[in-house]
Design a binder for this molecule. Structure first.
Ligand SMILES: [Zn+2]
Length: 466
């Protein structure tokens, strides 16, 4: 087998690069044979192509496989001593990383935290994420408390300055991605964006809050009062208040770290929302021989979902009622005795949601069919916190960031703190988008300003000037 001219020169450069690398810890011995692995794999790819010439494409493919493996090994925290850790895993890739405003610390923590699978309900996973955060909070000089619940550990990390009052920083460490997503798809950085499960929703936001707390804790005589991070393990699947809501009560402000919108906007208003499950139970019958004996659950529920659409959807400003799931009938020749549907309801105010909740349940009489509605009261609305929202926008503008705000249809735990009377702003996490998809990302350039806005808000709130 021979080298093509281009492949040969590409190999020389790559060889030099690999030779220069130095790793400490366990990673060193593991990646020691990379040069040989790349060469062998490249030859195998050439053979698979029936080529006796080793081309750049074979080299690139081999290199991609070996680097993927190295990143996987390097993203394990115990593999590398702290000083050797670099953003994007332990492998130094300075050519693709332009970190400008972002500290190494933020990105290396993001890689570690997003590398932990913490799917809602996977208790071992969410608790691993909580412990990781708790360890960092202790390193940062914070007071740390882990509060057990049926859905996993809640983390409360706090610090106290010389000022007065209490500020909450709100986050969650569960994600919507089942294992082994985090292991299979570690954080990657392309240009100015970081991709990975939970970078935007909302591990990236939790780390902004933690880093802001760290800065405040380093200045115990600063003007901030008490500042508490409340990080919950179950936000993505919960339709009721957080287990630790009572611990939040009485605070003077709540800053929530779901990601900022793609435009850079923060979130100042959230709709109230819930999912109502509808069930209908009738009587099955053979559709050919004795259809009159049947009582169709399907037809009754079709009638009800039509009614919900016409009577509730759009009945008040911003009120939506959409049928997002419907199931009935498993056999072609049977009158179905069961039907189920889900209504997604969103409203501008908690009062409107309450009205819709009751209207959904006002079912017509259906001969021989009983229709029921679940009792999920859902998330309340997050109302705009006048002065706090205005001041947050001013601070963003002072830092040269877009001073924009948006209303969100989605709910967050900021909705709960708002509901119990604490002025709340959300979207203070990094600017990002495409949550709950493989393409979820954050803009690294927004990280530093989000941390800084948080620190300044805490100081001003503690000094009583907001
Ligand atoms: Zn979230």
């Amino acid at each position: 087998m021979e080298w093509s001219t281009e492949a040969k020169s590409a190999w020389k450069d790559y060889y030099r690069e690999l030779k220069k690398r130095r790793f400490g810890g366990l990673l060193g011995p593991i990646v020691k044979r990379s040069i040989a692995h790349v060469l062998r794999l490249a030859m195998i790819y050439a053979i698979l192509d029936n080529s006796n010439l080793l081309l750049p494409v074979h080299l690139r493919a081999a290199r991609a496989v070996v680097e993927y493996g190295e990143r996987g090994a390097g993203s394990h925290p115990r593999m590398v001593p702290a000083r050797a850790r670099r953003p994007g895993g332990a492998i130094r890739r300075p050519s693709t990383l332009r970190l400008r405003a972002v500290t190494d610390r933020y990105l290396s923590r993001l890689v570690e935290l997003c590398g932990v699978d913490s799917f809602t309900g996977d208790l071992a996973g969410v608790d691993r994420a909580a412990h990781l955060l708790a360890g960092w909070a202790l390193d940062d000089g914070l007071e740390v408390e882990l509060v057990p619940s049926a859905d996993g550990l809640h983390l409360i990390a706090s610090t106290q300055g010389a000022g007065t009052g209490r500020v909450l920083l709100i986050g969650h460490h569960d994600t919507v991605f089942p294992p082994p997503t985090a292991v299979e798809r570690p954080v990657s950085v392309v240009g100015e964006r970081a991709f990975g499960p939970g970078v935007a929703d909302m591990k990236g936001g939790v780390l902004i809050a933690l880093q802001a707390l760290e800065r405040l804790a380093a200045d115990p005589s600063g003007p901030h009062g008490r500042v508490e991070l409340h990080c919950v393990p179950d936000e993505e699947a919960r339709n009721v208040e957080p287990h630790t809501l009572e611990r939040m009560r009485g605070a003077d402000a709540s800053l929530c770290f779901e990601c900022g919108r793609a435009s850079g906007a923060i979130v100042t208003v959230r709709k109230a929302g819930t999912w109502l499950d509808l069930t209908a139970r009738g009587r099955a019958a053979h559709a050919g021989t004795e259809p009159h004996e049947g009582r169709s659950a399907l037809m009754a529920l079709v009638h009800e979902v039509q009614r919900i659409r016409t009577e509730i959807d759009g009945a008040r400003p911003g009120l939506t009622a959409n049928i997002t799931w419907f199931h009935s009938g498993d056999v072609k020749n049977t009158i179905p005795d069961r039907a189920e549907a889900t209504v997604d309801v969103r409203a501008m105010t908690s009062a409107d949601l309450d009205w819709a909740f009751h209207r959904v349940g006002e079912f017509a009489a259906h001969d021989g069919v009983e229709v029921r509605r679940s009792d999920d009261r859902g998330f309340p609305a997050m109302t705009r916190a006048g002065r706090l929202a205005d001041r947050t926008l001013e601070l963003l503008a002072e830092l040269g960031q877009p001073a924009l705000e948006e209303m969100a249809g989605g709910v967050s735990d900021g909705s709960w703190t708002s509901e119990i009377g604490i002025p709340t702003v959300d979207g203070l996490g990094p600017v990002g988008a495409l949550d709950h998809t493989e393409d979820e990302y954050i803009e690294l350039a927004s990280v530093e300003s989000r941390i800084e806005v948080t620190v300044r808000l805490c100081r001003e709130l503690g000094a009583g000037s907001v």
